[in-house]
Design a protein around this ligand. Structure first.
Ligand SMILES: Cc1cc2nc3c(=O)[nH]c(=O)nc-3n(C[C@H](O)[C@H](O)[C@H](O)COP(=O)(O)OP(=O)(O)OC[C@H]3O[C@@H](n4cnc5c(N)ncnc54)[C@H](O)[C@@H]3O)c2cc1C
Length: 504
């Protein structure tokens, strides 16, 4: 094990091993999870991404680590249970610094019929049984209950008062940020000896090796491996042509906190005409609010960065506004983002396709792991490494704390700024010490809050330890300022300053 300060992500092909046990293509949550699983079992690992860590779908999620309530509506009890187990592992053992309990409200407005309310309450009740079965403590995720209208308005003051009969209150898991989880996984893999590289594309692969191209220099090399794992999400069929995907686009809006003042819980609003589809409004730790999400078939070539459609933005505004005292307007939208779900092809609308993951071994020996969801990345990684047949040890990752992880009580005692502890856990002092050493600047400057609280200290650490080589990496993945174009513009100079200080 390298240890936290030596755990670095870097860019390009320089000094990569010519031979490894496992080569991983893709550094989304799945590939980063696979790299950690294989490295933690003692295998030598090279894990690469054509762009950057968390470049693909993994940064466009709703940032929920959820217990699978939505799968219960479609009778997928097994997937819901697996989600509940993985949620408990992340919240209680492996990443309590990045995953936190979040109160979720289902307001019983005039748009929610009594049968719909009863059905939802039953689903929430079953989800709570799964929480118990998954051994997640009720101290961590409190039991659900029905609350009166006045209490609901304390959690969500913006709700329409007229016709509000109360609300169902339950708890689920929320990430500090999805890209931050992926970066933390990739660095934890590096701490266990994995070589983790960005800007390296797998251009061809078999079960015994791959050709890699350095996207910065154009250099190509061949690497031999005992197993090759394809974790390239919606791009998976480019390396395994027999994999058929039917991507579906999910769009979120980003609102400023002041648009729904006093929002202290997430809340859900039913999509008219559907019993199982809901739109969420999700408060984020940086003060923004996400409203999502849609589920639209995405035909044609897979773009690098999907774009939300205008009609989706109007749809989300209309559905949420139906439950609010003051409807949202188009100019309340500070930003919008879309992601593509890597769903396996099957009959039916994309909203009904199974969210179960699949591990398939191609005729040429490449193992592809695809589908599933962010919450279950660990299980996906374990199944993929098992499928290679080369690991002699069982996966230890259910008990393997990620870098920075510690129980809430311990995190509260760390002598470092709250923002850094929220994003780096026990590594917060390392982040600050690294920035001090690289810049020679006083803490006043390193910690002065920029747009949405971002600090120069964390941007410098993004370059020194997390593999950022340009402003896009810092603004769109190491932080998420890019979700609001105005914040991105404002923070650009700070990002460039971090790059200059760290010698990029
Ligand atoms: C809108 C939306 C909301 C969601 N919300 C949630 C949620 O709240 N909770 C949840 O649990 N799940 C959620 N999901 C599901 C979850 O986000 C995805 O299942 C998961 O992120 C997929 O991760 P991945 O690593 O498989 O793919 P990706 O994150 O797409 O990673 C694939 C990576 O492979 C790289 N790559 C591609 N080709 C190559 C190549 N040839 N060589 C090297 N690298 C390559 C790409 O650059 C990319 O970084 C959501 C999905 C969507 C679309």
């Amino acid at each position: 094990m390298t240890g936290p300060s030596g755990a670095r992500i870097t860019a390009g092909l320089a000094d990569i091993p010519a031979q490894v046990d496992v080569l991983v293509a893709g550094l989304g949550v799945t590939g980063a999870g696979v790299a950690l699983d294989a490295a933690a079992r003692g295998l030598s690992v090279l894990a690469v991404d054509a762009h950057d860590v968390a470049f693909g779908t993994s940064r466009w999620s709703s940032k929920l680590v959820h217990g699978g309530l939505r799968y219960l509506a479609s009778g997928q009890l097994g997937i819901a249970y697996e989600s509940a187990v993985e949620r408990g592992i992340l919240l209680q053992r492996t990443a309590p610094h990045l995953v936190r309990p979040m109160p979720m409200l289902v307001p019983l407005t005039s748009n929610v019929s009594t049968p719909q309310a009863m059905l939802t309450a039953a689903g929430i009740g079953i989800a709570d049984l799964l929480r118990t079965a998954a051994r997640t403590s009720a101290y961590v995720l409190p039991r659900p209950r029905r609350i009166p209208a006045q209490h609901a308005l304390r959690w969500v003051p913006a709700l329409r008062h007229a016709g509000l009969r109360g609300a169902l209150l339950y708890w689920d898991g929320q990430l500090e940020d999805d890209a931050r989880l992926v970066i933390c996984l990739a660095r934890t893999a590096a701490a266990h000896g994995a070589v983790v590289r960005t800007r390296v594309r797998v251009t061809a692969a078999t079960g015994t090796g791959a050709t890699l191209r350095d996207e910065l220099t154009g250099t190509t090399v061949a690497v031999t491996a005992r197993a090759v794992i394809n974790a390239t999400g919606v791009w998976a069929s480019q390396l395994a042509s027999e994999i058929r995907l039917r991507p579906s686009r999910g769009t979120h809006l980003v609102l400023r906190g002041e648009t729904l003042p006093g929002l202290a819980a997430a809340f859900t609003v039913p999509v008219p005409g559907s019993v199982s589809r809901w739109i969420f409004a999700l408060p984020q730790s940086d003060g923004t609010i996400f409203v999502g999400l849609t589920d639209e078939p995405a035909e044609g070539d897979v773009p690098d960065v999907p774009e939300p459609a205008d009609a989706e933005i109007d749809f989300l505004l209309n559905v949420v506004s139906a439950s609010l005292e003051h409807p949202l307007r188009r100019d309340d939208v500070a930003g919008a983002f879309a992601g593509l779900r890597p769903l396996l092809d099957a009959e039916g609308h994309t909203a009904d396709l199974s969210r179960k993951h699949a591990v398939r071994t191609s005729a040429n020996g490449v193992v592809t792991v695809v589908g599933g969801k962010l919450t279950t990345y660990r299980r996906m990684a374990e199944d993929a490494v098992d499928a290679t047949g080369i690991a002699s040890a069982p996966s230890p990752t259910a008990d393997l704390a990620l870098l920075g992880a510690a129980p809430a009580g311990e995190l509260a005692r760390i002598d470092a700024p709250a923002r850094l502890v929220r994003r780096f856990g026990t590594e917060a002092p390392l982040v600050l010490a690294t920035a001090r050493a690289a810049s020679g600047l006083p803490d006043r400057e390193l910690l002065s809050p920029g747009p949405r609280g971002v600090t120069l200290a964390e941007l410098i650490f993004g370059v020194t330890h997390e593999g950022a080589i340009g402003a896009d990496d810092l603004l769109d993945r190491r932080t998420r300022l890019g979700l609001v174009p105005a914040d991105r513009d404002e923070a650009l100079e700070l990002a460039n300053r971090a790059l200059r200080i760290a010698g990029c």
